[in-house]
Design a protein around this ligand. Structure first.
Ligand code: GLA
Length: 383
């Protein structure tokens, strides 16, 4: 079997674990902020991975370390703060396993990752998902990947305080090479749709910006949508989710801000469904246009973009070598996802990097996307 390069590095280093498991970063082609609004999302797992390595210890404490953090020792599974807060993503998973009546022996856990941090590529989902997969194999359990994704999501809700949807965890664990996951966020069913480009490629442009307000702003967007939907439901009794809501119906909402949020959701659900047929018919140009329209909605109606991201998107959209560009992920910074013409893009990139640097004094990084298998696990003999 061919392992991801980070996994091969660990195996070659001769460091011994009882279990090694990995999960991926993700992109999302379309369907932003739609998972918790029960529409459809189109994520894919990519080449960047996080690995969790676990081995038994006899120290009466759980010990966690990562390539970014020194060892944290924990005697009891409970929420941490300050320097130890990063282990909350893992403790939440352990708490959920315990709630299922599963006894967890003490262990050492090491985390390694090559996912760019703060880039909106869901490094937190990859962290909790790789750990959930490692812990399940360490304990000999057999939750499905869908169940593990839900456990990781619970951890994010209860231990990290982000009321996220299930998209990141699903892509992080269940993505497949060269495929987009079409996820129905009402049933959580997943369809794998092949995606391959001939003359184009997907590129991530990392704004290098992470605004601190994002958790509370994220939860607030979710709350506004819930409020909007409940107003609509009170007037239209046949409405169960945003899927049955039309633009006419949102006129019953008085609050203009909530109305804008709902407008974005309805339009994005429609765009996502269109995108599925466009991908199936390999109409790459149309996919690019949908991405552009999504950015407009995210920036003007959902208001989760920021000046740096808008700058990158606008610069990209000016060029004929870019088919589509939009902010990706929760927003307020992170990455722009661009669908570009392979041969021409490299020509325009230096200019963009220079203009961005002149305007914001930030070095614009970029990553070419490879859609890659999401997750895996290796059991090693105990030595
Ligand atoms: C974050 C959340 C996801 C999703 C995206 C926005 O990544 O974790 O559940 O809502 O934002 O699409």
């Amino acid at each position: 079997m061919k392992y991801p390069s980070l996994v091969s590095d660990v195996l070659n280093s001769n460091e011994l674990f009882d279990v090694l498991a990995w999960a991926s970063a993700r992109i999302n082609l379309l369907g932003e902020h739609i998972d918790y609004n029960h529409g459809f999302v189109l994520p894919a797992s990519i080449q960047f991975k996080t690995i969790s390595g676990i081995k038994f210890n006899n120290k009466n404490e759980f010990r966690f370390s990562s390539d970014h953090h020194p060892i944290v020792s924990i005697e009891q599974i409970q929420k941490q703060s300050g320097d130890k807060a990063w282990v909350n993503y893992l403790l939440g998973v352990m708490d959920k396993f315990s709630q299922h009546g599963i006894a967890i022996p003490f262990f050492d856990c090491t985390i390694l990752s090559n996912i760019p941090i703060g880039a909106g590529l869901s490094s937190s989902a990859a962290l909790s998902c790789s750990f959930a997969l490692a812990l399940q194999n360490f304990l000999g359990l057999n939750f499905s990947l869908e169940e593990l994704a839900k456990i990781a999501q619970w951890s994010e809700h209860e231990y990290a305080g982000v009321k996220c949807g299930l998209m990141d965890q699903t892509a992080s664990l269940r993505g497949k090479a060269s495929h987009v996951l079409v996820m129905d966020c009402l049933s959580n069913e997943v369809e794998y749709v092949p995606i391959q480009f001939l003359k184009e490629k997907l590129v991530l442009l990392d704004s290098g910006v992470k605004h601190m307000l994002d958790n509370s702003a994220y939860n607030k967007r979710r709350q506004s949508c819930e409020e909007g939907l409940s107003i609509i439901k009170s007037q239209f009794t046949n409405v169960h989710s945003f899927r049955e809501v039309s633009l006419e119906m949102i006129q019953v909402i008085q609050n203009e801000e909530i109305k804008r949020r709902c407008q974005y959701v309805i339009q994005e659900i429609e765009r996502t469904q269109l995108a599925v047929s466009v991908i199936k018919s390999k109409n790459i140009k149309a996919l690019g246009s949908l991405m552009n329209a999504t950015h407009h909605g995210l920036s003007k109606l959902y208001e989760v973009s920021c000046k740096e991201i808008d700058f990158i998107v606008e610069e990209l959209q000016k060029s004929s070598s870019v088919l589509g560009a939009r902010m990706m992920g929760a927003g307020f910074g992170g990455c722009v996802l661009a669908l570009v013409n392979t041969s021409e893009f490299d020509r325009i990139l230096p200019n963009l990097v220079e203009n961005y640097n002149k305007t914001f004094a930030i070095n614009l990084k970029h990553y070419e996307v490879t859609i890659d298998d999401a997750s895996g696990c290796i059991l090693q003999p105990i030595v």
